[in-house]
Design a protein around this ligand. Structure first.
Ligand SMILES: *Cc1c(COP(=O)(O)O)cnc(C)c1O
Length: 472
């Protein structure tokens, strides 16, 4: 991997700095807390950052989901909400935006991403079929399993190595996929589940070459290829930066080309689309669309709102066009790179290359003395909150959950704590404060004793599990 591809934005543009392509019109004050307040809040939250109240948080890096700052145009769009039960004007704006920007034919609106995952899983998976994908995502895999599918991870091996500098660690390993198809038979594969900038691998992108080859492989066996497009704009930006033949191409064109190799997509609008709620499913196959449009009225709402208010659809339609502006996406990913580069330069173990939406701390390296059963990533999230009031998220053994067949913990190779950067919300000064807190926690890491889980919900346990400190 050529060194120059990972230089900071300032270095790339010949020592000229970049800046956010917006200015601030309205501010929301942040509240600082004392160490005593944080200690009390953390105990009440069962050492789970999901159970903290946001009023107890200083800089909130829990997630980039639904936490974006909307533009003045999006806020204006809210006032244009057409709240008719059926056939809202805003639905048609949204439909046009998705068709123009992503290129799919038929659109089904949903309240958020998992609503779309539920519908597609129910419609296309038959009990006992396999669903190969490039590393799992929590809600995606759960919906596939609830529909009777068996998820199989076919991501490249490099994805499991936090230090490997491969620029496209989100790629599917085509040999692994083909072996699975040959072993089980193509009719036993429900579809290939491809995700852009793979979250659980540290926000790592898929190359255009990989999706092209994947398309050809799927065609050879008559298998459908569906895309989790949640962070595909960020993925398209990485292709622009890293893949031969795409330098200088607009992110919008790269995104549309990528999607053209897939048969449909589901989307959490709460990420790339710069809105606080919303999602969709898009498909090119008309009979399948009819079935999905029928399912949506059972689970989400009428097929022209799918759980969203008219105003939400308008804000999302506007956000879709804003999200593919090259200036926007460069600043968005650039801020994440800034934080990641700072930590890496201080010798703090982070997943590399730095991802598109978050910096992932390597909790195994923070706490080599803690076994995975003591929840190192959860421990790190708790320690960060105690140090400064910064909220992060566990992405390790707690998120991985239990194997539905054996009931045992899944032991993922990656034990990560995610610092997720909301879009257009924080400044570079906030990133400096975050980096300094991470450094302080790293310097005290040998004192940590880990956590024991004392309450475990059945599904998606990371959201609501409770912990207590382990004995020294
Ligand atoms: C957030 C997310 C989802 C689920 O979307 P929600 O809007 O949270 O329901 C699915 N896939 C990926 C990759 C995500 O990040």
């Amino acid at each position: 991997m050529a060194e120059h591809q990972f230089k900071t934005m300032g270095e790339q543009s010949g020592r000229r700095s970049w800046a956010e392509p917006w200015k601030i019109k309205m501010v929301e004050p942040l509240r600082m807390t004392t160490p005593e307040e944080r200690q009390k809040a953390l105990v009440e939250a069962g050492y789970n950052t999901f159970l903290l109240r946001s009023a107890e948080v200083y800089i909130d890096l829990l997630t980039d989901s639904g936490t974006s700052a909307m533009s003045d145009r999006q806020w204006a769009g809210l006032m244009l909400g057409d709240e008719a039960y059926a056939g809202s004007v805003n639905y048609y704006h949204l439909e046009t935006a998705i068709q123009e920007v992503y290129g799919y034919k038929y659109i089904v609106p949903t309240h958020q991403g998992r609503g779309a995952e539920h519908l597609i899983s129910q419609a296309v998976i038959q009990k006992g079929q396999y669903v190969p994908g490039n590393m799992y995502f929590t809600t995606t895999r759960l919906h596939q399993e609830l529909a009777g599918g068996i998820f199989v991870d076919v991501i490249v091996d490099e994805a499991h190595d936090p230090e490997n500098l491969n620029p496209f660690k989100g790629n599917i390993d085509l040999d692994k996929l083909e072996s699975l198809i040959k072993e089980k038979g193509p009719e036993q594969i429900a579809y290939v589940s491809l995700a852009g900038t793979v979250n659980m691998a540290g926000g790592q992108p898929v190359s255009m070459a990989n999706v092209k080859a994947l398309r050809a492989l799927c065609d050879r066996y008559g298998i459908k290829l569906y895309l989790d497009a949640t962070r595909m704009v960020e993925n398209a930006y990485f292709i622009q930066c890293r893949e031969e033949g795409y330098e200088g191409k607009p992110v919008a064109a790269i995104l549309k080309e990528f999607c053209s190799y897939t048969d449909g997509a589901w989307m959490s609008g709460k990420k790339d689309h710069l809105v606080n709620i919303g999602g969709w499913l898009a498909i090119n196959d008309y009979p399948l669309f009819e079935e999905l449009r029928n399912l949506v009225v059972i689970y989400e709402g009428l097929h022209t709102y799918g759980g969203m208010a008219g105003r939400d659809m308008e804000a999302m339609a506007i956000g879709i066009y804003e999200s593919i502006q090259d200036d926007h996406i460069r600043a968005r990913v650039g801020q994440v790179q800034y934080l990641g580069d700072l930590l890496r330069d201080w010798g703090i173990p982070v997943v590399q290359p730095i991802g598109g939406h978050a910096v992932f701390l390597d909790a195994r390296k923070f706490y080599p003395h803690l076994s995975q059963d003591l929840f190192p990533s959860q421990t790190l999230a708790a320690e960060l909150y105690l140090d400064s009031g910064i909220r992060s998220m566990e992405r390790g053994i707690v998120s991985a959950g239990r194997d539905p067949h054996t009931g045992q913990h899944r032991y993922p190779k990656l034990e990560l704590t995610r610092l997720t950067i909301p879009r257009r919300v924080y400044t570079e000064a906030h990133m400096d404060v975050v980096a300094e807190s991470v450094k302080a926690v790293y310097q005290n890491a040998s004192k940590a004793t880990g956590l024991n889980m004392v309450y475990e919900p059945k599904y998606l346990r990371f959201f609501q599990a409770r912990f207590v400190p382990a004995a020294r």
